[in-house]
Design a protein around this ligand. Structure first.
Ligand SMILES: Cc1cc2nc3c(=O)[nH]c(=O)nc-3n(C[C@H](O)[C@H](O)[C@H](O)COP(=O)(O)OP(=O)(O)OC[C@H]3O[C@@H](n4cnc5c(N)ncnc54)[C@H](O)[C@@H]3O)c2cc1C
Length: 384
């Protein structure tokens, strides 16, 4: 087993840290969160770093698919400001990985070069059954051209659908969480005719919007339909499914948020004095800090281990689901402990911990609650 991180990966990590310190200082993060403002300025600068190229092969203008590097970048962004992590995931994960892994040659040529430059964002409407959408196939009365489909219905709470270039809708045969399920992904242009987007107010992740998207017979041309079928594409039989990509990105973001909250808590516990000593010397506090550090370490290892398996194109659905379930719970537990260590101050809006707390709750609800992810893992255990 090899657990060391390469010099290149460490350099990448520190360059993202430097970038955030310079271009998005903590005062800016607080302001964006308070005003529910999209981080346009820093996001525009972030594109110049070329981070989205980490999930794109060199052949299509990327630096080569390096999942460990991509999760390290996503963790850093989420540690500092999870909304930036969301935007990175929308480009490198939902865009780059989805199309690199599952797209046709034409789709790769069309989308990947722009994704590698950070120029395209993909919002994702999850839901294994697509029960809330009606996708009408091959009916000459409704589908206007060969192979095109029309989409009807509403998808709720889509992160940053208002800023996305494309909204991905997943239609899956999955009844259980198995490798041989087929997925169809419809890449719907955000400004297509028949799309209506409305914003919802929410507690956390306030720098990006949660949108309800109504589809009134929106046409998707055949060239924007991405099919993933193990049986059809045997050579790519372990290509990552969209739901797996989703678990990888949410789990990583949760590790980032937990790490951010932990860093602040450690600093505060050393600085804050009560009864003539730093509160970090109280055993009760020490134990909480140890628990937080251990949960984060375990979550990060699950994430990096599943990224490592995925990098080798091996099956990793269960590992990714475990990483999502554990990291989401870890982020929540870490933030509750953090609030406890900060005492009354942790509950004040001027304290950053309440923001981490709100963001951890938002992320853990994203893309399947811990209950439903556990059920997916259980299905797979029984199948074996
Ligand atoms: C901040 C935020 C951002 C989001 N962003 C997106 C997005 O970009 N795209 C998108 O498509 N969706 C998004 N969502 C929606 C999110 O994916 C769903 O809220 C989540 O999957 C839970 O589904 P639900 O709200 O329908 O809850 P329900 O499924 O109705 O769950 C209600 C309760 O039942 C439990 N439950 C449900 N199923 C099971 C099961 N199988 N086994 C055991 N218990 C179960 C749940 O744990 C929960 O306690 C977002 C949500 C939030 C809060």
């Amino acid at each position: 087993m090899e657990f060391s991180i390469s010099t290149e990966h460490k350099l990448l990590q520190s360059s993202v840290r430097e970038f955030l310190k310079k271009e998005c200082p903590i005062e800016e993060v607080r302001k964006l969160d308070e005003n529910e403002e999209f981080p346009l300025k820093v996001f525009t600068k972030m594109k110049e770093l070329g981070l989205s190229s980490l999930t794109v092969s060199e052949k299509y203008g990327g630096t080569g698919r390096d999942l460990l590097a991509a999760v390290m970048v996503l963790e850093e962004l989420s540690k500092h400001f999870p909304c930036l992590g969301c935007l990175y995931a929308m480009s490198a994960f939902y865009g780059g990985l989805t199309i690199e892994e599952n797209g046709t040659e034409n789709q790769r040529q069309q989308f990947l070069p722009s994704i590698a430059q950070g120029g395209l964002l993909f919002s994702y409407g999850s839901g294994e059954s697509s029960a809330d959408l009606d996708i009408v196939h091959g009916d000459p009365a409704t589908a206007s051209s060969d192979g095109a489909v029309r989409v009807y219905g509403t998808k709720r709470q889509l992160i940053s659908a208002d800023r996305a270039d494309y909204i991905i809708i997943l239609e899956s045969t999955a009844k259980k969480y198995r490798q041989d399920d087929e997925d169809t992904m419809y890449l719907v242009r955000r400004n297509a005719k028949g799309i209506e987007i409305s914003m919802r107010e929410k507690l956390g992740l306030r720098g990006v919007a949660a949108c309800d998207v109504k589809f009134s017979g929106v046409e998707v041309q055949s060239e924007n339909i991405v099919r993933r079928s193990c049986r059809v594409r045997e050579c790519m039989s372990q290509a990552l499914r969209l739901s797996e990509i989703d678990h990888l990105q949410v789990a990583t973001a949760c590790v980032g948020v937990a790490q951010g909250a932990f860093g602040e808590t450690l600093k505060y516990s050393r600085k804050r004095e009560q009864f003539g000593q730093s509160i970090s010397r109280f055993q009760a506090i020490e134990h909480m800090l140890v628990e937080m550090a251990t949960w984060i370490q375990a979550a990060r290892l699950l994430v990096q281990y599943s990224a490592w398996i995925a990098q080798q194109n091996k099956p990793c659905s269960v590992e990714l689901a475990m990483a999502k379930y554990y990291a989401a719970d870890a982020a929540k537990h870490v933030c509750v402990h953090a609030m406890q260590v900060f005492g009354g101050y942790g509950y004040m809006m001027e304290c950053d911990i309440q923001r981490y707390f709100r963001d951890a709750l938002a992320l853990s609800a994203c893309r399947g609650t811990s209950h439903s992810v556990r059920s997916m893992i259980a299905e797979n255990l029984y199948v074996k």
